[in-house]
Design a protein around this ligand. Structure first.
Ligand SMILES: [Zn+2]
Length: 255
């Protein structure tokens, strides 16, 4: 049984040379990454706002720093799944490709994806809230060990925070404008494992569709996007995406 059904879908994917993809938490969940809504063990007593907002960080930087170290450790213990690998593969077979993600775990990069647009930042980097200096994991851990209170501070004296988008913060402007450009210019837009409810990321598939792209949704359940999607591939990304990419290759005469 094929996952790309219908003559039109096949024709479009055969010719498509510009594909944009949006991924959400569903694809990370398949690698075993929890949603981290603050309901795991030790962290239960804190509200998501305390753990993931600038106000929470400013009030208690030591706690928020530990929370992100804990999450980072869990994420580093996971691996890209077949869906991540299939997307890296898809990038290699078309001329223009952008992978827009709402995930902060960097699993797409670990799977080999190159053009990744991170809408919510990523958990592997930290930056100084005063001068903006970026610290990778090694640099951050080094500074972390240096301070007895385990609240890493930059040479300039500023606190160092995770490079992720917190409650109440806007998306990084450059990333969103790149994502917007990809959405309005692509021929095919594929939305994977996202509810289609959280704006402004959820607007991207709509921008794509209204600008003439063929909209494909890959999701085990219906979402807010299903009704406007041209093709809904029902299933878990890790199960259907590898086959989807194989079928695209076949349509393009690559196999
Ligand atoms: Zn600084």
């Amino acid at each position: 049984m094929s996952v790309i059904e219908g003559k039109k879908a096949k024709e479009i994917l055969k010719k498509a040379e510009f594909i944009a993809v949006l991924t959400g938490s569903g694809i990370s969940a398949e690698s075993g990454i929890p949603t981290f809504r603050g309901n795991d063990g030790l962290w239960k007593k804190f509200s998501p706002e305390e753990l993931s907002s600038f106000e929470g960080f400013y009030r208690n930087p030591a706690m928020v720093t530990e929370w992100y170290r804990y999450r980072r450790k869990i994420i580093l213990g996971t691996k890209p799944n077949p869906a991540h690998l299939a997307l890296a593969d898809l990038e290699r077979i078309v001329t223009e490709f952008y992978l827009i993600t709402q995930n902060i775990d960097r699993l797409h990069q670990r799977a080999g994806s190159k053009k990744v647009i991170e809408l919510h930042g990523n958990i592997m980097e930290n930056y100084c809230i005063k001068c903006g200096k970026v610290f990778d994991i090694e640099e951050f851990d080094c500074v972390y060990e240096k301070f007895e209170d385990h609240v890493p501070r930059c040479e300039c004296g500023g606190y160092i925070r995770p490079n992720v988008v917190w409650f109440g913060e806007p998306l990084p402007e450059e990333a969103f404008s790149e994502a917007y450009k990809a959405a309005v210019n692509c021929e095919v837009f594929i939305s994977i494992g996202t509810s289609g409810a959280v704006r402004p990321a959820a607007d991207l598939p709509r921008y794509a569709k209204y600008n003439g792209a063929y909209l494909i949704e890959i999701n085990p359940e219906r979402s807010y996007l299903t009704d406007i999607a041209d093709l809904w591939v029902k299933g878990k990304a890790g199960e259907v995406l590898p086959q989807f990419v194989e079928e695209v290759k076949k349509l393009k005469g690559m196999k």
